[in-house]
Write a protein that binds this ligand. Structure first.
Ligand SMILES: [Zn+2]
Length: 427
């Protein structure tokens, strides 16, 4: 039996006092680095009348204005944010272009070692991946393999199978894949395709599914777990912060933050006011030891909450965040209330008569009722009853009146990256 419980025991089980001291020291260094090496942060501090020494602990962060999503901050040239000469950059990844233009994200050798090797290996170990695992990453995030290599497990390369789903499925089986990673919204259809091809998921060596890149309804996770007999583990991150900033442990209740690598705050998306533990708001991250592109009070644009602190049964002492539910920009105003597509997904996922594909149709920025177009399975006949049941569930669970439009399977356009749940008919 493998005895090692933690990937980096010193850091993961550090006392809360020691962690606070480490965060304070690393925060001061990060602020000095960003201020000295980038015109972007120097200007930001000057405009706010701040000096680096004004920020000596995480509690001082509120003095610094937020920095916004780099995809939409087109008034800031990237070179103003970069803190190292070009020859020190070893790799670029990019943002996904979810809300604006795709932006290159530079990494130095040290950045790669800290965030893509140590950060990833630790996050994967927390989820339960071990050196004897064979992992297959289907998310198209090709930065997601350095940590697996660091950890010692074997990776089936993303380009193996040449991005053809049936070929990838063949490889899942033939290479003896034990851990599969996909965009959550595509995982179910991957497994369903396996079964269409006559491959029973339970007859393969698969033992764990992992999701990254988007939030996913708890109801879908439960479906994967009960139908295919494996835990669905979640990671949280973004390329510009760290793709592996938080990860779920065996306690299956929230995700441990790599708190030695940065500070995660949650703020009210409208007022910017910091929110207390347990309250949902926008995630804001300040990174430590990020050489190439420092990030301070960066609004990631995702919605989540810091969980009230309590010792975790797994033995890790790092704070935890809730599962991330979506992006601030995905919120929809219906009858004066803000909802996220995942709130609707949670209900759609409970109906076995429905496919996984749906759209919330928005004709204007503020809607009176929820308009939902959702695909039903081929063998469903009692459509009127089904429509009523869904509308009733939406009212009971979300308190929203709705108009559900049931569409035959295949009516809605399939997307090949992140799930698209909202169709906006206005500009
Ligand atoms: Zn834990």
């Amino acid at each position: 039996m493998y005895k090692k419980r933690f990937w980096n025991e010193d850091v993961e089980t550090m006392s809360v006092d020691d962690l606070c001291n480490l965060q304070r020291k690393r925060l001061q260094e990060a602020i000095e680095w960003a201020h000295e090496k980038t015109s972007y942060y120097r200007d930001l501090f000057d405009r706010s009348g701040l000096k680096p020494e004004d920020i000596s602990s995480p509690g001082d962060l509120v003095k610094i204005p937020f920095t916004s999503d780099i995809e939409t901050a087109d008034d800031v040239p990237l070179r103003d944010r970069i803190a190292v000469p070009a020859e020190k950059i070893r790799m670029y990844h990019s943002t996904s272009g979810t809300v604006g233009a795709v932006v290159p994200i530079p990494f130095t050798q040290k950045d790669m070692e800290a965030f893509l090797q140590e950060g990833e290996a630790r996050a994967r170990w927390t989820m339960g991946v071990r050196p004897w695992d064979v992992v297959q990453v289907l998310t198209r995030f090709d930065c997601c393999s350095l940590g697996y290599r660091e950890l010692g497990s074997a990776s089936v390369l993303m380009s193996a199978g040449r991005y053809n789903t049936d070929h990838q499925i063949h490889l899942t089986q033939e290479a003896g894949v034990t851990v599969i990673e996909h965009m959550p919204s595509f995982l179910l259809s991957y497994f369903e395709r396996m079964e269409e091809l006559g491959i029973k998921v339970g007859s393969t060596k698969l033992r764990m599914a992992s999701g990254v890149g988007e939030g996913w309804a708890e109801s879908y996770k439960k479906k994967v777990e009960s139908r295919f007999g494996m835990p669905f583990m979640t990671l949280y991150g973004a390329v510009e912060i760290s793709p592996f900033f938080a990860s779920e442990c065996e306690a299956r209740n929230g995700m441990h933050i790599n708190a030695d690598q940065g500070i995660l705050e949650v703020v009210d998306p409208e007022t910017g006011k910091p929110l207390p533990e347990g309250e949902e708001g926008e995630i804001v991250v300040t990174l430590f030891q990020r050489e190439a592109m420092p990030l301070i009070r960066y609004r990631v644009g995702d919605m989540g909450s810091i969980m009230p602190y309590e010792p975790c049964p797994c033995g890790r002492t790092s704070p935890k965040i809730s599962y991330v539910k979506g992006r601030v920009s995905q919120r929809i105003n219906i009858s004066g209330r803000n909802i996220l597509p995942i709130d609707v997904e949670e209900i759609v996922a409970r109906f076995d008569e429905l496919e996984n594909e749906f759209r919330i149709v928005c004709e204007k920025p503020e809607m009176d009722i929820l308009r939902l177009r959702v695909e039903y399975k081929d063998d469903v006949k009692a459509l009127k009853d089904l429509k009523e049941k869904i509308e009733e569930a939406l009212f009971d669970e979300l308190g929203l009146s709705s108009e559900v439009d049931l569409a035959p399977r295949g009516s809605l356009e399939r997307v090949t990256f992140k799930a698209q749940r909202v169709e906006r008919l206005y500009s």
